[in-house]
Write a protein of this length. Structure first.
Length: 317
């Protein structure tokens, strides 16, 4: 019994001392790390002070710059200049318009998007070439596969832009009835058209409210309401939206009550939405025929005709 107590006391003392010395060592290591960081900062500042006269006198301080700033960024800037020079003004304007209609994904400009498109195609081609052409026995088949993958990677960003554009237009058309209903309620409460639009834009977060915010900013800069709404109409590739904006412009020019126009437009929007839903419902049976013919009918034929075919085969054999 005494030996067991001595063993437990020894283990307890060992744990206590190990924790105490570990804490002391941890504090020491923390202090050493902080001293290393301070010394590293002092060395960096001293190097900057030494390099400053050299930079003023025309010396070279590129060894203090990171690799990204010395090599990668100048290379990308050079490629951007080459792409910008060979792209053409008309094509650049078309690409800028397409990017804006898609919602300006990732904040890319026309030159940056084309450069990214070419880079993705080149990287995809190189990767597939290394995987399927160089390391395989059939080099021709691997090279053709790499070319096809590179062409798909070259086309895919345009497909992505088209998908983003359709999604953005769909969201705008979806938000239009509620947006103009809120504008109509604000006008009926005594606000002007500009104030009602500004109030609704601050309450709703959608691509439609962002576009109307741009129109309001244009009017603040001195553009007329008609000119700002015409530019707004041309920015959004939706025939439904363009017809609504044309009605608002005409009502504003002719002095017709804006509440009547907006109420009629919202009713027409909801009616067209109902018709679109009914149209989709009518198309559903036709779309269901494809999976039925491809997947359901063959399974039924196998279940129904399978035993008959098996019996016939066994009788003939």
């Amino acid at each position: 019994m005494l030996e067991l107590l001595s063993l437990l006391l020894f283990i307890l003392c060992t744990l206590v001392f190990s924790q105490a010395f570990g804490k002391i060592g941890q504090d020491k290591r923390t202090i050493q790390k902080r001293l290393q960081f301070i010394g590293r900062d002092r060395n960096y500042l001293a190097a900057l002070e030494q390099d400053a006269p050299a930079e003023d006198g025309g010396g070279d301080a590129s060894h203090t710059m990171p690799l990204r700033e010395r090599l990668l960024e100048p290379l990308i800037e050079k490629l951007r200049q080459v792409v910008d020079k060979n792209m053409g003004k008309q094509k650049q304007e078309q690409m800028t318009r397409r990017l804006y209609e898609a919602g300006s994904p990732f904040g890319l400009k026309a030159v940056d998007f084309l450069l990214l498109q070419l880079a993705i195609a080149a990287i995809t081609f190189t990767v597939f070439l290394l995987l399927f052409a160089i390391g395989s026995e059939d080099h021709l088949k691997g090279t053709m596969f790499a070319i096809i993958a590179g062409m798909f990677a070259l086309v895919y960003p345009n497909m992505y832009l088209n998908a983003k554009k359709k999604k953005r237009v769909k969201n705008i058309e979806k938000d239009m009835p509620d947006f103009f209903d809120m504008v109509n309620v604000s006008i009926e409460a005594g606000m002007g058209l500009d104030g009602a639009l500004k109030r609704v834009c601050t309450q709703m977060r959608s691509p439609l409210s962002a576009e109307f915010k741009l129109a309001i900013e244009d009017m603040k800069l001195g553009k007329s309401r008609k000119h700002a709404f015409e530019e707004l109409r041309n920015r959004i590739p939706s025939e439904f939206f363009k017809s609504v904006i044309n009605s608002i412009i005409q009502a504003d020019q002719m002095g017709i009550g804006m509440t009547k126009v907006l109420r009629a437009q919202t009713e027409r929007m909801r009616e067209q939405k109902k018709q679109a839903v009914k149209e989709q419902a009518m198309k559903a049976p036709v779309k269901m025929l494809i999976p039925m013919v491809l997947f359901i009918f063959p399974t039924l034929f196998i279940i129904l005709l399978g035993p008959v075919i098996i019996n016939l085969v066994t009788k003939w054999l």
